[in-house]
Ligand binder design. Sequence first.
Ligand code: PHE
Length: 333
Amino acid sequence: MIEDISAARDVALAAVAGAQTVDLLDQFVAEHLGKRGPLASLKARLGALPTVDEKKAMGQALNEATSAVSAAADAHRAVLAAVERRAQLAGERMDLTEFRRPPARGHAHLVTEAWERLEDVFIGLGFKVAEGPEIETDWYNFEALNMPPSHPARSMWDTLFVEHGAPGSTVLRTHTSPVQARVMTTQEPPIYVVAPGRVFRNETADATHMPVFHQIEGLVVDRGISFADLAGTIEAFTRAFFGSGFTSRLRPSFFPFTEPSAEFDIRRPDGSWLELGGCGMVHPNVLAACGIDPEEWGGFAFGFGIDRMAKEYHGVDDLREMYSNDVRFIEQF
Ligand code: PHE
C-alpha cells in the first residue's frame, strides 16, 4: 500500500507542478485530494488493514502525502497568482503616452495669417493700423466717397442693406474705403494708415468670390504726394509680401473716390498676372467732404482682397475651400 500512496502522491505533485493557471491548479487539487481522489480511496482502504500499527503507519503516510501535495499546490498557486496578476495589470494599464507628447498645435486661419502678415509689412513701411465698423452708414460707405445718392457708380458694389433707420441708410460695408473717410474726419494729416477688415457683398460664392470676404485699405494724406508714391508703395509691398520674384503693374480704371484711378495686378515669377485691387489719388471731393483742404493736402489710396492674397500665397484653387473648415484641407498648411 505504501507504494500506492507514493505513486498517488507523485502523480498529484506532477499534476500540481504542471498546472499553468490558478484555475487548473484548483481543479487538479480537487481531483487529487478530493473525496473521490486516489488518496481518498486509499484512505478508505485503511479500515481493511490487519493491524493497528499498519493503520497508523499508512494513515500517517497518507497524511504526509496529502500535506506534501497541499504545500506544493500552495507554493505553486502563489507563483501562478503573481504571474496572473502581473498579466492583468499589464492588460489594464492605460496608455497615457499621448498626454505626455506635446499636443499638436493648430494655426490661425489662412486669411487671419495673411491679414497679420499684411499688417506687419505695412507697419514696416511706416503705416499705422486703423479700423471701422462692419455695419456702416450710407454716408461713409458711399456719399463721403464722392457717390451722392443715386450715383450710378454705387452699382459697382452689390450692396446688402440693414433694416435700421431710414430705408437704405445703413449698409453692411461693401468695401474698407469708408474707413478712409472715418480716419480723415477724425485725424489730422499727415496720415499713413492701413485698415484691414471684413466686407460684404450680395454675391454668390464661387472659386474667386465670397459674399463675405476681407479687404485691406491703404490711405496716405500728406503734402506733395504723387502717383509715383502710390506705384512705389504698391511695388514695395508686393515684394515684401510675396518675395522678390514678384512685381506689380497699374492699369487705368475708374473709382469715384480716386482720380486718376487704377487697378493693380501682381506678376507671378512664371509671368502670369493676378488682379488684386484698386487704387488711385484721393479725389479732391473726398478730401473736402472729410474736412481736409485739397489745395494743401494730397493723397493716395488703395484697397485689395486679403482672401485672394491668402489663396495666391498658399496656391489654393478655390476660395470656398478656405471656409469649409475641413481639417484635411487645413492641416496642409
Ligand atoms: N474700395 C475699392 C473696391 O472695393 C478699392 C479701392 C480702394 C479703390 C481704394 C481705390 C482706392 O473695389
